[in-house]
Design a protein around this ligand. Structure first.
Ligand code: HEM
Length: 389
């Protein structure tokens, strides 16, 4: 195009969108950030608890508390509930701050460039963490990597990037932490927190509440009737207990279960017990939850042989640990190490019955471990061998 003088028009930047409302300002970013930060903190702390229970570093092995029996049920239920609540919070937070994408110039200095780089890592990490967690609880793994190590590593990256972000934004966060703290200038009420912001925050509160109420029933049984969106319902499954891995998926066949016997090795007396011999041991009962890493949990009535009675019979030295090996053909949890605090706990059973009937094949027939305050993946099913260590 030419001007009337025949000269080309001066080069200008494409006009950027202008955002003037209160929904994209630092006060809204701070208000949503507070909730999001709280949800992420709960996820981080409970996620670490779950990680260390499953993969105890040497010095923690044998030192976990076995009470309260519902400890893991609570922490993992909170982990998944806070992670799900973080999804609407994260989307709202990103929507609030997205106009900053158009800030001009995009980079003002080297520290500013580093800060924006940290924000890019923060956003990518937060999205990867919450959405991979979501897909994991619906057991859909559309990625080529292994979920657990990536989720664990990204948690640290996210925590570091979030700390940097909080440090960089500290002055703004302090200035906008509460409605009253928004600067020293005395603002009239309607300017301090306009109705549009209140409506956004109220709507977000309703969204978070709705997500929580329709999913928390998978672990918090009083809300079970409202458990509409969670992938699991606590009462659905054989013997009123959900199943994560079926016998077929674990490669355990009917023949494996029929020819079954239990080997207990490593003590003064090696034991090889058929099912009827185990059933002749003194039987104990315990009411303990199965608490899945994926956030669902349910209490059940278990009957079987106290593990410590078996260990005594096998001549295990007091305080020894046990390695439990399953009939299942493959999978990360085919072999499980149990510290002495669980192995010798009076509530830990080699369970033969569940809710008044022999274990269903998908619940680990003929025998499975049930112990207090343990992740479900460590409650080994189809137990074939125990090695005293
Ligand atoms: C995973 C968590 C979070 C993510 C993904 C996130 C993301 C972002 C992004 C992308 C920006 C724009 C940055 C820029 O372009 O300069 C931003 C700005 C901001 N964030 Fe966060 N943030 C998170 C947590 C928090 C928390 C916990 C708080 C405070 C409690 C917070 C307070 C702020 C503030 C005050 C701003 C500046 C807003 C403005 O100047 O308009 N953020 N955040």
């Amino acid at each position: 195009m030419r001007t009337t003088t025949g000269n080309p028009p001066p080069r200008t930047r494409t006009p950027l969108p202008a955002f003037t409302g209160r929904l994209h300002d630092p006060r809204t970013a701070t208000a949503i950030g507070r909730w999001l930060g709280g949800a992420l903190l709960v996820c981080f702390v409970t996620g670490l608890a779950s990680h260390f229970l499953q993969h105890p570093p040497g010095r923690l092995f044998g030192r976990f508390p076995t009470r309260p029996v519902w400890g893991y049920r609570l922490t993992q239920g909170l982990h998944v509930a806070a992670g799900l609540a973080a999804i609407p919070l994260l989307l709202a937070k990103l929507w609030t701050v997205y106009p900053r994408l158009f800030a001009w110039p995009p980079v003002r200095s080297v520290p500013h460039a580093l800060e924006r780089l940290a924000v890019a890592v923060l956003v990518a990490g937060a999205m990867l963490e919450v959405f991979s967690g979501l897909l994991n609880i619906v057991q859909w793994y559309p990625w080529p990597f292994s979920f657990v190590p990536v989720h664990y590593a990204v948690a640290y990256v996210l925590a570091g990037a979030l700390l940097l972000h909080l440090a960089a934004k500290a002055p703004q966060i302090a200035a906008h932490w509460t409605r009253r703290s928004a600067g020293t200038r005395a603002l009239p009420d309607e300017e301090r927190d306009g109705p549009d912001r209140r409506a956004l925050l109220a709507g977000l509160g309703v969204a978070v509440g709705a997500v929580t109420v329709t999913t928390a029933g998978q672990t918090f049984t009083p809300l079970a009737p409202l458990d509409l969106l969670a992938p699991r319902h606590p009462g659905h499954g054989p013997q009123r207990l959900p199943v994560n891995k079926t016998a077929a998926a674990a490669g355990v066949t009917a023949a494996d279960m029929t020819d079954w016997h239990l080997d207990v090795t490593g003590g003064a007396t090696a034991l090889r017990l058929a099912l009827h011999e185990l059933a002749a041991f003194p039987q104990s009962a315990a009411r303990l939850p199965i608490a899945c890493v994926e956030g669902w949990s349910v209490n059940a009535h278990w009957e079987g042989v106290r593990l410590r009675d078996l260990l005594h019979r096998a001549g295990a030295p007091p305080g020894s640990a046990v390695r439990v090996v399953s009939l299942q053909r493959h999978g990360a949890y085919r072999v499980m190490d149990m510290g002495p605090e669980y192995a010798w706990d009076p509530l830990t059973l080699l369970a033969l019955r569940l809710n008044g009937a022999p274990l269903a094949p998908d619940h680990g027939y003929p025998a499975r471990i049930i112990a207090p305050n343990r992740p479900g993946v460590l409650q080994t099913k189809w137990v074939a061998r125990m090695e005293i260590r």
